[in-house]
Design a protein around this ligand. Structure first.
Ligand SMILES: [Zn+2]
Length: 432
């Protein structure tokens, strides 16, 4: 019994070699072939059999037997390793140079980095393919064709799973996310969704909660990061804010509340009703009083004395003081790393002080010419993450609500996401 079995294997082995040789080289792609054939068994078994006169087992056995001939070498790029040191055992140096030249437009091989995973596939000890993970999104694939090489950049495919993540805040959002055994990235993703409404440094209170339907990326069962947050419920000081991700007809993704209103809010077009812009945003201009060239990272709005100055967006007064150069000035801190500053005020509005919350459109002061100023004007400046930006270029526009034609779809999805989050809540409550 055993002997005949071995005999059969031996015969199949000979058969396998011939059979593999008869397949065009292009089709043979290392272990992929084996995988395709093996996984196709149930289908082949029931459908029309493509090899007349041969039983399924006759075909599978040789392929399984042939598998030792395909080899995959995988690892992570070590310090000092290069494309040529990884590949020189499998091809002449000249060929590596040719591939390098060919790869330049797709991904220069000099950019291969330490620590990134790679795979080399061999068939009967000859090179078939080299695969290298460029980053979390893309991989480089160098494949041997008959007598040339194909170099391509392909997306890394992930399995996406939707999971409800629930965090209870004790001190900060970052701490709560960590306690829920999630990655720090999630903190910023969650904070960004509500950045127009909530200051995640100042407004957070113990007892606040976050529940979110999060898409997680997996590869070979291993967690590889977050994709989109589909929906989020944030309860802050007793008020619940809802956000749902919606992709519009043009493919733009944004968050909306349960009524389909965009969470993105705009800056006012200008902080004053001005008569003219007396100095535009520039990196270099002649300062009329200092009599030298200076950059002017702001906009001067000429306006009559005591014209009301309005906060361009919701925010908090982060500084309020008098300076010899900028006169009476207020700086506001807003959402998403934005700050705005208002210089040369004649006077502040009543009740302005550091730490005070202001709402978009609130009058915070009045046009003057305090500090170094030749005439009545407001010098208005905007910074994003600490860097001066031109308010006219940078100010985000308010998001439009969900389009009427997309509203049914939006409502359906929002309802589904809400159910998923609530089902998770019930589950969490019933398990102590
Ligand atoms: Zn100015």
């Amino acid at each position: 019994m055993k002997a005949s079995g071995i005999l059969k294997i031996a015969r199949s082995w000979q058969y396998a070699k011939g059979w593999l040789k008869s397949i065009p080289k292009k089709i043979i792609f290392g272990s992929t072939l084996l995988f395709v054939l093996v996984s196709a068994v149930p289908v082949v078994d029931t459908g029309p059999f493509p090899f007349p006169g041969k039983a399924v087992s006759d075909l599978i056995l040789p392929v399984l037997m042939a598998s030792p001939q395909t080899k995959t070498i995988s690892g992570k790029v070590k310090s000092g390793e290069t494309a040529s040191s990884l590949l020189r055992d499998y091809m002449p140096l000249q060929v590596i140079y040719d591939i390098d030249r060919q790869a330049k437009e797709v991904f220069p091989l000099t950019r291969i980095r330490k620590g990134q995973p790679y795979k080399i596939s061999l068939l009967e000890d000859s090179f078939v393919a080299f695969e290298y993970e460029i980053d979390n999104n893309d991989r480089l694939l160098i494949q041997k064709d008959t007598d040339s090489f194909a170099v391509t950049k392909l997306p890394i495919e992930y399995q996406i799973r939707q999971e409800v993540v629930s965090v209870d805040i004790q001190s900060s959002l970052a701490e709560a996310v960590k306690r829920a055994k999630e990655q720090a990235d999630l903190t910023w993703m969650l904070a960004d969704i509500f950045a127009w409404d909530i200051d995640f440094i100042r407004d957070i209170r113990p007892g606040d909660t976050f529940k979110a339907l999060v898409e997680k990326k997996y590869r070979d069962g291993r967690f590889c990061g977050y994709a989109d947050i589909r929906a989020a419920f944030f309860t802050n000081q007793g008020t619940t804010y809802q956000a749902f991700l919606h992709e519009d007809a043009r493919g733009r993704k944004a968050y909306y509340d349960e009524k389909g209103h965009s969470l993105e809010k705009a800056f006012l077009k200008a902080p004053v009703n001005y008569s003219r812009i007396s100095s535009a945003f520039s990196n270099r201009r002649f300062h009329p009083i200092l009599k030298k060239y200076r950059s002017h990272p702001g906009i001067d709005y000429a306006a009559p004395r005591n014209t009301p100055i309005k906060a361009v967006a919701d925010g908090v007064i982060s500084s309020i003081y008098y300076s010899k150069t900028t006169g009476r000035q207020i700086t506001l801190r807003h959402f998403s790393g934005y700050e705005t500053a208002y210089f040369h005020m004649n006077k502040y509005a009543k009740g302005m002080k550091k730490g005070r919350q202001v709402t978009q459109g609130d009058v915070i002061g009045y046009v003057g010419k305090t500090g170094l100023a030749t005439g009545y004007h407001l010098c208005f400046r905007m910074r994003k993450n600490g860097r001066p930006v031109n308010p006219l270029d940078q100010a985000p526009s308010a998001g439009k609500p969900v389009a009427q034609a997309e509203m049914d779809h939006f409502t359906f999805l929002a309802g589904k996401y809400t159910e998923m989050i609530q089902a998770h809540q019930k589950l969490a409550r019933s398990t102590p």
